[in-house]
Design a protein around this ligand. Structure first.
Ligand code: ZN
Length: 383
């Protein structure tokens, strides 16, 4: 039996390490092209310097094309760079206005400048299909690569607003790729899902933390957590892999943090997610478990009562009340036992690095909206 358990753990570990490798591979290849938002006082020179692009290439570009056009960038404008290894320039797209894109491209060792409207660029293409079997089978049949699909499912798995593993058959899927359909190395820039109540759409956009996907309203497509599920409390017991148990009087791990607060204090969900357990759970007493996308789970134990009407399958928002502090199960006094699990493994909720909250604001959001308009125009023109 023990052997079997060990084997299972090994398989699970391998499965997760494999999925992480995929994520790194995707990140590296995505690093060769990136978006830049022009800030105040920016020049092409300052941007090249900031992103570590070859100075030699800048001089070559300015010599070979009309430099004035390139230097006339304005704050808030979106620039898209294509590089080799993140250093050597392959091309720049300058999104001048919602009707004009300047395009610098290296052709046979020479940089060429052209201007076009999004309706004619062929900068983007799309793959449309209805899911019949699986994202993988149907997607590959439509011409997506396994790299595309790995990235698409990863983006979905990080978002608590969609259940990537349970997409219903019949879901309409649209994948937007950068590059014309004849290009061999197209990159995923948009994912849209439509099915009855599902209406989910994200677009890739570069921000300080790298290439990320955002909803049309600027919300990040990755789940974000609050550190604690209450506003006021005292930590009465820390996370530990071996602690002295006050009731059982022996050492055993404590997979969460205990937050002491008066009985009846409201407890809220630390992130948006789906309720997967509401009820009694052994020593944890009255417990709520929430699943946040495919990777994360949070556990709330020793509750005195649940929020009225809370059911398994409910979607809860961040900061929405799910129950009230109590001392049900094995508890010495009123406190909340809070656990944070990533890929099934409990992590210290106090110390672990949490996926940070992010939403595009100000200039970034404006540039993002403009970018989405470009994509839409570019796609609808050829339908
Ligand atoms: Zn505890």
């Amino acid at each position: 039996m023990k052997r079997l358990t060990q084997l299972c753990i090994l398989i699970i570990t391998l499965a997760f390490s494999f999925s992480w490798q995929v994520s790194y591979a995707v990140k590296t290849s995505g690093g060769n092209s990136f978006d830049v938002i022009v800030t105040k006082r920016d020049t092409m020179q300052s941007i090249f310097k900031r992103y570590g692009l070859s100075r030699q290439d800048l001089y070559t570009v300015l010599r070979q094309v009309d430099g004035k056009q390139l230097e006339s960038i304005r704050p808030g404008q979106l620039l898209h760079f294509d590089t080799e290894n993140g250093k050597r320039l392959r091309g720049i797209k300058i999104f001048k206005s919602s009707n004009e894109i300047l395009h610098v491209k290296k052709v046979n060792g020479h940089f060429k400048l052209s201007s076009s409207s999004p309706q004619k660029t062929g900068l983007f293409s799309m793959v449309d299909f209805t899911m019949k079997h699986s994202l993988y089978t149907d997607g590959v049949r439509k011409g997506l690569t396994s790299g595309h699909i790995a990235e698409i499912s990863q983006v979905m798995q990080r978002d608590p607003g969609v259940d990537a593993k349970k997409l219903p058959a019949g879901t309409q899927i649209r994948i937007i790729l950068e590059g014309a359909s004849s290009d061999t190395d197209r990159k995923v820039v948009g994912i849209q899902l439509r099915h009855k109540r599902i209406n989910w759409s994200v677009t890739r956009f570069h921000d300080k933390s790298g290439n990320n996907f955002y909803h049309p309203d600027g919300r990040t497509a990755a789940v974000s957590f609050l550190r604690y599920p209450m506003s006021s409390f005292r930590i009465s017991s820390h996370f530990s892999l071996s602690r002295y148990h006050p009731i059982h009087h022996y050492r055993r791990p404590h997979y969460g943090v205990d937050l002491a607060a008066p009985r009846g204090t409201p407890v809220w969900a630390t992130a948006q997610g789906k309720v997967v357990h509401v009820g009694w759970k052994g020593g944890y007493g009255k417990t709520v478990i929430i699943k946040h996308g495919a990777m994360y789970q949070t556990v709330y134990g020793h509750l005195s009562r649940f929020r009225a009407g809370l059911r398994v399958g409910d979607t809860v928002n961040q900061r929405q009340v799910i129950g009230y502090v109590g001392s049900t199960g094995h508890a010495t006094g009123a406190h909340l036992h809070y656990e944070f699990r990533k890929n099934g493994r409990p992590l210290d909720p106090v110390k672990t690095r949490l996926p940070t909250k992010s939403r595009l604001g100000g200039t970034l959001f404006n540039a993002f909206k403009q970018y989405r308009t470009h994509i839409e125009k570019s796609l609808t023109a050829r339908v």
